[in-house]
Design a protein around this ligand. Structure first.
Ligand SMILES: [Zn+2]
Ligand SMILES: [Zn+2]
Length: 258
């Protein structure tokens, strides 16, 4: 599997894109930067889009990928998310006020986007991929809304947790896998903002050190979602942990092959 980090940050500014991970050019995890970070030819190659949760840094570019690609693809983008996420995106983004409802455009019969409900630990097969959504702990106001994803192809599995505070279930499920090759997780705020991290259900370097003890062993852990305004401090604090498993996604537009 090739994982392209279109955007791996927890914010948006020049040269820093919000979360969008693209697998083998066709399976997208989160839509934070898929339109701003990919050319339209590459956007058209995407078939399936998984949404981890509603937050804007994971959903906003749905608006623009639809605007870029409507009528050009011949079939809709198939979006997979929890029912609460579908309702929120339809009611608050594609509501014909903030943005047109591309689930009925350019026509009802041939729309640009099609939503599919998923729920935790119900596997789905998307082409060559087996996808297992697993509950993660983010955000507390909407319990059980946020999902991480375990994606398997050619007998290799990768865990993508996206936004989460300390969590349990995805690690329990991950430990049962005998073909796990990588974990993508998050660190958002530096240690001195632990209070903010706790209130918003995110990790700091000191909490990821504890989280690491619960994760499946002996696979590399890639840390994304660094807030751009604290990137330098985060890199320093993560480096100071001296954990050889940890890799920091400080640059966007990079690829990993597993
Ligand atoms: Zn986020
Ligand atoms: Zn979030």
């Amino acid at each position: 599997m090739q994982v392209k980090i279109i955007g791996g940050h927890g914010g948006v500014t020049k040269n820093y894109h919000a979360t969008s991970f693209l697998i083998d050019e066709s399976l997208l995890i989160d839509a934070g930067s898929v339109a701003s970070g990919l050319d339209i030819h590459s956007q058209l190659k995407i078939d399936h889009i998984l949404l981890s949760h509603t937050h804007l840094d994971h959903t906003k570019d749905l608006a623009f990928i639809c605007d870029n690609c409507f009528g050009l693809k011949g079939k809709p983008f198939e979006v997979y998310c929890h029912e609460t996420v579908r309702k929120a995106v339809k009611n608050h983004l594609f509501n014909d006020i903030i943005w047109p409802d591309f689930s009925v455009l350019p026509t009802k019969e041939n729309p640009t986007i099609n939503f599919n409900n998923i729920s935790a630990e119900k596997e789905l097969i998307l082409g060559q991929y087996k996808v297992t959504p697993v509950h993660v702990n983010h955000p507390v106001e909407v319990p059980k809304q946020a999902l991480g994803f375990i994606i398997e192809k050619d007998n290799k599995s990768i865990i993508f947790t996206q936004d989460t505070a300390s969590t349990e279930r995805i690690w329990e499920v991950g430990k049962k896998l005998d073909n796990l090759v990588a974990i993508f997780c998050e660190v958002s705020f530096p240690n001195h903002l632990q209070g903010v991290a706790d209130l918003s259900d995110h990790h700091t370097p000191q909490t990821i050190k504890e989280e690491l003890k619960k994760m499946p062993k002996e696979v590399p852990v890639y840390l994304a979602h660094l807030k751009p305004n604290y990137q330098e401090q985060l890199i320093q604090e993560i480096t100071d942990l001296q954990e050889p498993r940890l890799h920091i996604l400080y640059a966007d537009d990079v690829r990993f092959n597993f």
